[in-house]
Write a protein that binds this ligand. Structure first.
Ligand code: PLP
Length: 453
């Protein structure tokens, strides 16, 4: 037993985003295989994956074509770098496809390995851009409470989730926070969506004026907030935000790590939310999570200023060993081809309609459920103690975690972020599997309601 996979994991593996002491006591959930939209654990239990892993696997867990692409690229050129003018054919292929799909005019693509690195890169580019324009005082970054932008030092600083800051003794990185646009939870009684939106934008303008626009470089936003509770903004929020930031010469950076590549029913979340960012970060769906690759995509106006400044210095001093890695690039390039062949945004919109029809019919009315929300094939279910007053559960009851456990017992994988259940399934699900996912969630909600009664 002490040599089992479980025991070895418990002995040697310091896990991401996990309670280490609980892990020492309870051990891992060991996933040993993937098949279509299912993952299979070491005991042979099959789970319908309603989260694409971590908002990633839009093409499921066992795409053979991608396995072949990776193997053949590894045989041809297994590794190389892109420093000092080097390039390789899969890298050219993937940056061209990303730039062509991007809604940002004249897109240039800087490749990195993770969403966190892509966000770090966007911030460094925003600072560099402002130095290049003779505005080095523009350093502050606006983010939103509840946001998730990754786990590197800057990624965590940008994020507005308390557990990502607490005890890390983070250095001051000039990040300032504004409210997340969460109508259901934060609107005043009787306040219309329009009035709530106007109030948010006015509060942001007050913040910008108090800090001084000449001290602010950029604002970073997830078009649809993921880990913060699948928060869809009120109508009109982003167009008004875009206008306000342009007025104050503040860049708008879209974190499309979750919302990119069809998830919202459009190629990018910014399109679903009717705004054009100055830069965007992409990751996760870019390779369907198959290999670590991500990118910061920037507009031509920013690129030109940065290129002039780097030319003055002699080099652009940023980049990673695996930026433009040929194997990850080859897989991502083929993922993007598959998305285009299948019309990923259209497919996500169609499956999303099926999902929301089932959630509205079978989940929204459930006694534990306050709100069902989302866009495209991305949904959140907010659990509440009292439907009428919207009162949340006592966090000590861990109701969201209970629902997650019961979903697993019913063969369905979702994720709970506190008391919000998130759903972000592969685009290769069948409509019947979408219904099956909702069956599992309904059964889990019934179990937990019975337990709490
Ligand atoms: N941004 C968003 C919106 C995310 O959801 C995540 C990860 O979940 C990240 C950034 C960080 O990505 P990574 O874990 O690849 O660094």
């Amino acid at each position: 037993m002490h040599n089992s996979l479980r025991a070895r994991d418990m002995a040697y593996h310091f896990h991401s985003q996990t309670n280490p002491r609980r892990h020492e006591a309870e051990g891992p959930l060991l996933i040993t295989a993937g098949e279509g939209c299912y993952v299979i654990d070491e005991m042979g239990n099959r789970y319908l994956e309603g989260m694409g892993g971590l908002w990633c696997a839009s093409l499921g867990f066992s795409n053979e074509r991608l396995a072949d692409v990776a193997a053949s690229q590894m045989r041809r050129l297994a590794t190389y770098h892109t420093f000092n003018h080097r390039s390789n054919d899969p890298t050219v292929d993937v940056v061209e496809q990303i730039a062509t799909l991007s809604p940002i005019p004249g897109s240039k693509v800087f490749l990195v390995n993770s969403g966190s690195e892509a966000n770090d890169t966007m911030i460094k580019l925003a600072w560099y851009y402002n130095v290049a324009r003779g505005k080095p005082g523009k350093r502050k970054i606006i983010s939103r409470r509840g946001a998730f932008h990754g786990s590197t030092v800057m990624g965590a600083a940008l994020g507005g989730l308390p557990h990502m800051h607490e005890s890390f003794n983070m250095p001051g990185l000039n990040v300032i926070y504004t409210e997340k646009p969460h109508y259901y939870r934060n609107a005043l009684p009787e306040e219309s969506e329009e009035a709530y939106c106007a109030r948010l934008i006015a509060a942001l303008e007050t913040l910008i004026e108090a800090e001084g626009p000449e001290t602010i470089a950029a604002m970073i936003v997830e078009p649809i907030m993921g880990a913060g509770g699948v928060v869809t903004p009120p109508a009109g929020y982003f167009p008004a935000l875009r206008q306000l930031l342009t007025k104050h010469d503040i860049l708008l950076l879209a974190d499309e790590v979750v919302s990119g590549f069809g998830r919202t029913g459009k190629w990018f979340g910014s399109e679903a939310c009717s705004f054009v960012p100055d830069m965007m970060s992409v990751a996760k769906g870019l390779s369907s999570g198959y290999l670590p690759i991500a990118a910061a995509v920037i507009g031509d106006h920013i690129y030109q200023a940065i290129a002039d400044e780097a030319d003055r210095i002699g080099v652009f001093g940023h980049g990673f060993t695996y930026s433009g890695h040929p194997v990850t690039a080859a897989v991502a390039a083929d993922v993007l081809r598959i998305y285009q062949e299948m019309d990923a945004p259209g497919r996500a919109a169609e499956l999303g309609r099926r999902l929301f029809a089932a959630l509205d019919a079978r989940v929204a009315g459930h006694a534990l459920v306050g709100e069902v929300r989302g866009t495209g094939f991305l949904a959140g279910i907010e659990l509440v103690a009292d439907k009428a007053t919207r009162a949340p559960f006592d966090p000590a009851l861990k109701v969201g975690a209970l629902v997650e456990q019961r979903c697993r017992a019913h063969g369905v994988m979702i994720r709970n972020m506190g008391d919000v259940i998130s759903i972000c399934p592969p685009f290769v699900m069948t409509p019947e599997e979408v219904d099956q996912l909702v069956d599992g969630i309904v059964a889990a909600l019934d179990d937990v309601a019975a337990l709490l009664a």
